[in-house]
Design a protein around this ligand. Structure first.
Ligand SMILES: Nc1nc2c(ncn2[C@@H]2O[C@H](COP(=O)(O)OP(=O)(O)OP(=O)(O)O)[C@@H](O)[C@H]2O)c(=O)[nH]1
Ligand SMILES: [Mg+2]
Length: 343
């Protein structure tokens, strides 16, 4: 392509980005959905457009409540988000739900599954529901989800929910992206404190024991009391907010109003204490390093030589033939080699 052609093309790309940004800000849901698809794409030209789009939208960010909701499979996350979403809408606000669920690929049916579990929200124009990207890896999920959240925020949604299944790693990734982290539990899992790791509990601003209805009601109360006692032993992460434990029945809509109010109270506490700005700064910091991490991995994957070395070194690390730290150094050296080749 001639230099002139390249310039014309980049002008076209710019115009496209501006159009999309304008449409998103005007509340065009299809533009929003398409933008998220663009963000999820691994094509490098798409990546450039996505970066430009996010940059165009950044000034519109900042006002939403970023809420992380995590819970073990079957705890009732979808049912709960449907109930909470109705509450948010009843309060005159709007809600976007993004699934950060790396394991939903296993069922393969997350789109249909979640749309049928959230029938009212899915049908409501004041809500936007986006299931997990197909084929995403855990590392990539963080990057895509963060960016998808930015776009939803720019589209004007008041509450942005990042939903994740409790598998360990994804909670920490999500906790880095949100203002408020809600842990959803269900009674009847049998064990004491349900094997929820202390580290995850420390992330929680709100712990909600769901399914507090019917035969499970007494058990839900006991689980909540256990968690209240356990929380007493943890030092609160900040003086601005003491984590709270509540029960609810997402199925019957009991206790949901109280939880929505707790989320609002948490928000006010963050704002008045200055913690919100601190959190946002930390969110931007982890965005930076997540991106650096993702870009390095991308870079290695792009070069066939490095990609092969990655697979081979990973195999050797797993069999114990090479130290992880040695393998990591070898991979970083590969990037240097690539740069030398480029020169
Ligand atoms: N009794 C009772 N059952 C509930 C409640 N909330 C959810 N359930 C049931 O629990 C099951 C799982 O609910 P989901 O909302 O799909 O749970 P989830 O956490 O989204 O599950 P995954 O997406 O598979 O991880 C369903 O059969 C729900 O009907 C509740 O408050 N009370
Ligand atoms: Mg679900």
């Amino acid at each position: 392509m001639s230099a002139k052609g390249a310039i014309r093309q980049s002008e076209e790309a710019r115009a496209r980005v501006i159009d999309t940004a304008t449409a998103i800000q005007a509340g065009n849901r299809r533009a929003l959905a398409r933008a998220i698809t663009l963000i999820e794409s691994s094509r490098s030209d798409h990546r450039e457009d996505a970066d430009a789009l996010i940059e165009a939208l950044l000034p519109r960010m900042g006002k939403a409540i970023r809420l992380g909701i995590s819970g073990t499979p079957g705890a009732g996350k979808s049912t709960f988000i449907e109930a909470l979403g109705k509450e948010v809408i009843a309060a005159g606000e709007t809600i976007a739900v993004l699934a950060v669920d790396p394991s939903s690929r296993r069922s393969g049916g997350s789109i249909l599954g979640d749309k049928t579990r959230m029938p009212e929200l899915s049908a409501d124009r004041r809500a936007f529901i986006r299931p997990s990207p197909a084929g995403a890896t855990l590392g990539g999920v963080a990057r895509r989800t963060r960016e998808a959240a930015v776009v939803c925020e720019a589209a004007g949604y008041d509450v942005i929910v990042l939903e994740t299944v409790g598998v360990g790693q994804s909670e920490t990734a999500v906790a880095d992206m949100v203002d408020c982290f809600l842990l959803l539990l269900a009674p009847g899992a049998g064990d004491e404190l349900q094997g929820i790791k202390r580290g995850i509990m420390e992330l929680a601003d709100l712990i909600v024991v769901n399914k507090a209805d019917g035969a499970l009601l007494p058990e839900a109360g006991r689980v909540a009391a256990d968690y209240r006692a356990a929380l007493q032993l943890l030092r609160p992460a900040s003086s601005a907010w003491q984590p709270e434990v509540t029960t609810c029945s997402a199925l019957h809509g009991h206790g949901i109003v109280d939880i929505w109010q707790a989320i609002r109270r948490h928000r006010v506490a963050l704002e008045t204490s200055g913690m919100l700005e601190t959190k946002r700064r930390e969110q931007r910091r982890s965005w930076l390093w997540d991106d650096v991490h993702a870009a390095l991995i991308d870079r290695l994957r792009r070069d066939p030589d490095s990609a092969a070395a990655m697979n081979e070194l990973e195999r050797q690390v797993m069999t114990g033939d090479i130290l992880p730290s040695t393998a990591a150094r070898k991979l970083i050296d590969k990037i240097d080699d690539e740069e030398a080749d480029d020169r």
